[in-house]
Design a protein around this ligand. Structure first.
Ligand code: GRF
Length: 211
């Protein structure tokens, strides 16, 4: 049976676009946004993907929002839930419901720089290498088991914007790759550890850009 995935977005949706652009062994069942005006919704609709909004502002608290979001996701019975620039913190119950079948991308080399404003933080810290991480989502924020990382250099004269652009380019490579592994049935979370069949390294695969 064809595997199905659902993508959760909050804004621009360039990672979602990168995933939709790849010929994956699965079908995008829906794109769901917590913001009614997320730019990515129009792109997904243009590709014939069903889109829905679960607006966090329409719910009294996080538990109510999480419940509404889970109900919407479950309508599509996805094998995989993909957080792609989804800017809401999800509660523990929600995360456990999808444990082992929910991925996130974070714009830093975790465990460095969890949270927001990662490019500013990397520049302030003076690191010479920065990047992005795809990880399984677990209840601790930005701390789930790492699937793949891409590293980029931090160059003299970088601003948060130039650095973000360099990282984003790599996000668009590693996220479709991780999704593909999962849909192929090669990537899974077993006893809290990442298993990846058929790759030289079972976890923490590092993709080094060529320049
Ligand atoms: C990306 O940098 C992603 O890593 C972070 O938020 C940004 C979303 O960008 N979580 P987009 O919406 O995918 O363009």
């Amino acid at each position: 049976m064809t595997k199905r995935y659902v993508v959760l977005i909050s804004g621009r949706g360039s990672n979602m676009e990168a995933i939709l652009a790849v010929d994956l062994p699965g079908r995008c069942a829906a794109v769901i946004s917590n913001r009614p005006h997320a730019a990515g919704l129009a792109f997904a609709a243009g590709r014939g993907v069903p889109t829905t909004v679960v607006d966090h502002k329409q719910h009294a608290d996080r538990a109510a929002f999480d419940a509404a979001l889970a109900a919407e996701i479950d309508r599509y019975e996805p094998d995989l839930v993909i957080l792609a620039g989804f800017m809401r913190v999800l509660g523990d119950d929600f995360v456990r419901r999808y444990e082992g079948r929910m991925l996130n991308i974070h714009p830093s080399l975790l465990p460095s720089f969890p949270g927001l404003k990662t490019h500013e933080a990397a520049l302030a810290a003076g690191v010479r290498v920065h990047g992005a991480t795809v990880h399984f989502v677990t209840p601790s924020l930005d701390a789930g088991p790492i699937v793949v990382q891409a590293a980029v250099p931090v160059l003299a004269g970088d601003t948060p914007e130039t650095l973000a652009a360099r990282v984003l380019e790599q996000e668009h490579v590693i996220y479709p790759q991780a999704v593909c592994w999962f849909l192929e049935g090669r990537l899974r979370l077993t006893d809290g550890r990442v298993r990846l069949d058929g790759e030289k390294a079972a976890a923490g695969v590092l993709r080094v850009p060529t320049e």
